[in-house]
Design a protein around this ligand. Sequence first.
Ligand SMILES: Cc1cc2nc3c(=O)[nH]c(=O)nc-3n(C[C@H](O)[C@H](O)[C@H](O)COP(=O)(O)OP(=O)(O)OC[C@H]3O[C@@H](n4cnc5c(N)ncnc54)[C@H](O)[C@@H]3O)c2cc1C
Length: 360
Amino acid sequence: MTESQLPKTQVVIIGSGIGGCIAALALAPYYSVTLIDKDAEPQNKVGESLAPAAIRILKQLNLQHLLSDPRHIVSQGTLSYWGSDEPTLIDNLKNPDGFGWHLDRAYFEKQLREACYTANIHTIWPAQLVDSTKTSHGWKVTYQHNAHAHQLISDIVIDASGRHCVFARQQGIARHQFDKLMSIGFTANLNITKNVAVISHTDDSWWYSAPLHQNDLNAGIYQQKRIFSWYAEPHIIKAAQIHTPQVLLQRAQHVTGLGALISQLDHSSATLHPMLAANSSKLESCSGNAWFAIGDSAISFDPLSSQGMFNAMASAMQLSELLINNGLTHTDNRHIYQQQVDKIWQSYLAHRALYYKMVS
Ligand SMILES: Cc1cc2nc3c(=O)[nH]c(=O)nc-3n(C[C@H](O)[C@H](O)[C@H](O)COP(=O)(O)OP(=O)(O)OC[C@H]3O[C@@H](n4cnc5c(N)ncnc54)[C@H](O)[C@@H]3O)c2cc1C
């Protein structure tokens, strides 16, 4: 098939996580959008604390009702033992945007996918990006779907594939890692309900715990399911030889601020989650000739910030606004967008440095 005969779209978005769906929903009233994802359904991802400011973006898209679903736990704030044995409550009541949320993450992404269906966005999943070439007709994008290679032509590509940044990597764009932070964690059932996150620093690492939605909790026995995550450099985690959840659980019970939660926990319900990269990283270029990277694909944050999902939403909106106001192929778009991402990155690095200085 010649390029002029291939199916045409104005925008193709690679990845239907939070960033990809928000960009698709913002652009769909103005352009034809095709959204592809390698997974037939949203997977269980780690990361559930959604910053209160996210409600502003959902309101812009008339999607604020998504967070009213009881599967998303309203977060009263964070109890922080960062650099102190005494807790500080970072109270969402004082936040001008109101409460935050501990999302049922897979369900939230499912809700966003459903909003994309309702908005008549052309969605293709499971579909894995294979290759992209710039032609005189636009980007020729090849993807694998139902065991066959398919192609389409698009005016622009948005890489929303998360830390994998599959499109940008195929274009040979380097990704810089600013640290080696890794995470390992476990989930378990508790006999108490505490709708706050807990952050605690130790000598060479830090811990995080937050409530999770759980469908099948037997309310008569358990009140809440929580995640407990340990963040450290890889050599520290590897040396701890964590092959069972119990090893991690024993470590957690001595951490300031976690002991009371651990004492209410059913040890036999603990499930270990694999080690994951949690480092700060950035693409060398977050935009190029008719392509842009958003969310984690462009810049990924230390989970200490709890800003990853908000940044995915905010960068999707920022880019969409530019593409709607200037048109898809305006030559200034890539430079303006790059400057916007660089500004966010510099501000993030400054905040991150301040936080770690408090415990150094
Ligand atoms: C341990 C840990 C804890 C975290 N905790 C929090 C938290 O509490 N709060 C918070 O706000 N953030 C947190 N984050 C960060 C947050 O999860 C990310 O910032 C967020 O997922 C970014 O969303 P995204 O849409 O950019 O990318 P992703 O959520 O990674 O979505 C990318 C999508 O692209 C698809 N994809 C990938 N490759 C391909 C391909 N080849 N072809 C087609 N599709 C593809 C994937 O299937 C996926 O659906 C945490 C991260 C980590 C590692």
